[in-house]
Design a protein around this ligand. Structure first.
Ligand code: RIB
Length: 298
């Protein structure tokens, strides 16, 4: 089983011809309210890939909160440990340009109050996987990770959005997932001089003594861990919206690792899923099913 402790947002999405530079105004499309948030996204991506998934997080009691669960509830993610707080729901203001690239500003709202106290007693067993990201307080991430670790569960940490963590602040996470920019930022923060994706993940894995996986957009993903270097390709797709592609990768990766797949297999399926998510609009509505992933894998 997978437990995701993390953010739940509503994405306010506006499509634009080009993302405006600072100090300028552009006209865009009608806005859409789309369920998102890195925690919720990773939970749904793992569920669509076939895993049993529990999400632990927090919503506000404002009107916009209704839009947050429209994919998670019918999607079969266990939401019993999602709480409602007085105040605003997490919201992400997103612009998407004609090439599918985006900018995202997150207003945390209730995510800032997500707490280890919400974790049900006996939540973890040795066969479980805990999936974490950086849109909730990291002190709470670490407290939840310690509970999972005490039970012998696998802990996967997605350092998104990028946060300059020390090795100690990675806690018991044994698998670290970053994108290429986050990998470079983390390497710089740790004083590593490696250049190039393979060299950077190798240096990070050695320094952190953990498996480090970097997603590389159209170039797939690369990892370094106890099994050495692993590289997998992306699908050749024309992106319409890359929002949530990294979350799709992390969720599907966790789903395959949780069912016992090796790292190469888990990454290959995660990269396919991330590519497919780029071919559709929005975060959660774009995540592929297990059958759609299988149809693309050799
Ligand atoms: O990773 C994409 C997500 O980042 C969006 O859904 C948005 O809510 C922000 O959390």
């Amino acid at each position: 089983m997978i437990t995701v402790f993390g953010s739940i947002n509503v994405d306010v999405v506006c499509r634009v011809a080009r993302i405006p530079p600072p100090g300028t105004t552009v006209l865009g499309s009608d806005y859409e309210l789309i369920p998102g948030g890195k925690g919720a996204n990773q939970a749904l991506a793992a569920r669509r890939a076939g895993a049993t998934v529990r999400l632990i997080g927090a919503l506000g009691d404002d009107d916009i909160s209704k839009a947050a669960l429209t994919e998670l509830e019918p999607g079969g993610v266990d939401l019993d440990a999602v709480t409602r707080r007085h105040g605003t729901t997490g919201v992400a203001i997103i612009t998407v340009d004609e090439s599918g690239e985006n900018t995202i500003v997150v207003s945390p709202g209730a995510n800032a109050s997500a707490s280890v106290a919400q974790v049900p007693t006996g939540a973890f067993s040795a066969s479980d996987t805990l999936l974490l990201q950086m849109e909730v307080p990291h002190s709470e991430n670490l407290a939840v990770a310690r509970l999972a670790n005490q039970a012998g569960a696998r802990v996967v940490l997605s350092i998104a959005p990028f946060t300059p963590l020390t090795p100690k602040e990675l806690g018991p996470a044994t698998v670290i997932v970053v994108n290429e920019h986050e990998a470079a930022d983390l390497a710089r923060h740790l004083g590593l001089s490696a250049r190039g994706d393979q060299a950077v993940v190798t240096a990070l894995a050695r320094r952190l003594d953990r498996t480090v996986i970097a997603t590389l957009g159209p170039n797939g993903a690369v990892a370094c861990g106890p099994q050495g270097l692993v590289q997998v390709p992306a699908l050749p797709v024309t992106p319409v919206d890359t929002t949530g592609a990294g979350d799709t990768f992390a969720g599907v990766l966790a789903a395959f690792l949780d069912e016992g797949a090796d790292l190469q297999t888990a990454m290959a399926n995660a990269a396919i899923a991330g590519s497919l998510a780029c071919t559709r609009n929005g975060a959660q509505p774009s995540f592929p099913t297990r059958d759609e992933i299988a149809a693309q894998s050799g």
